[in-house]
Write a protein of this length. Structure first.
Length: 174
């Protein structure tokens, strides 16, 4: 009987590893919104760290989080560190910009786990509005994080939508 239980546990663990190996190692989350504001205004809400921290959805989850802004506040080189009870600790840095069109960020997580991700912003003018797309890419470690593939878009996508809604309100009402 003990032998059968042992074989079952080994088979279950082997199946778990095989399924994890078949799941994607990378993920991408993307959301878009249309904002009735000029492209330049929206761009500076994202590319200026002082503004970015005002509508960021994760800081809204943990308003008592400590944030430290870099001396460079706008454009490439601008960054902010955060540490909070609910949102952990990390750093966001602007690493690439195409003025008024796109912004790329590097997002490093320190607590509660270590991770490296990249954020991408696309700001596209339309006839009487501007389309803003926010994307986020990262890698899953093997084997356990691979199973987040089934949940990550729903989990983080809601925060992206909340952040884009806050960005829209800030741009349209300011």
């Amino acid at each position: 009987m003990l032998k059968k239980i042992f074989i079952f546990i080994i088979a279950f663990f082997a199946m778990f590893l095989i399924i994890a190996a078949l799941l994607p190692a990378k993920y991408r989350i993307e959301r878009s919104i249309t904002i009735n504001a000029p492209q330049e205004k929206i761009f500076w809400q994202i590319a200026d760290i002082d503004n970015y921290t005002e509508w960021n959805p994760w800081l809204m989850l943990d308003p008592n989080a400590q944030k430290t802004l870099s001396e460079t506040r706008k454009g490439v080189g601008a960054s902010w560190l955060w540490e909070g009870e609910k949102i952990g600790a990390g750093k966001l840095s602007i690493i690439n910009i195409k003025e008024f069109e796109s912004i790329e960020t590097k997002v490093e997580f320190f607590k509660p786990w270590k991770g490296l991700n990249y954020g991408f912003w696309s700001i596209t003018p339309k006839t009487d509005s501007t389309k803003v797309t926010w994307a986020f890419e990262g890698k899953f470690s093997y084997p356990f994080e691979r199973f987040l593939y089934f949940y990550i878009d729903d989990m983080m996508g809601k925060d992206f939508e909340k952040g884009l809604d806050s960005l829209k309100k800030r741009c349209e009402n300011e």
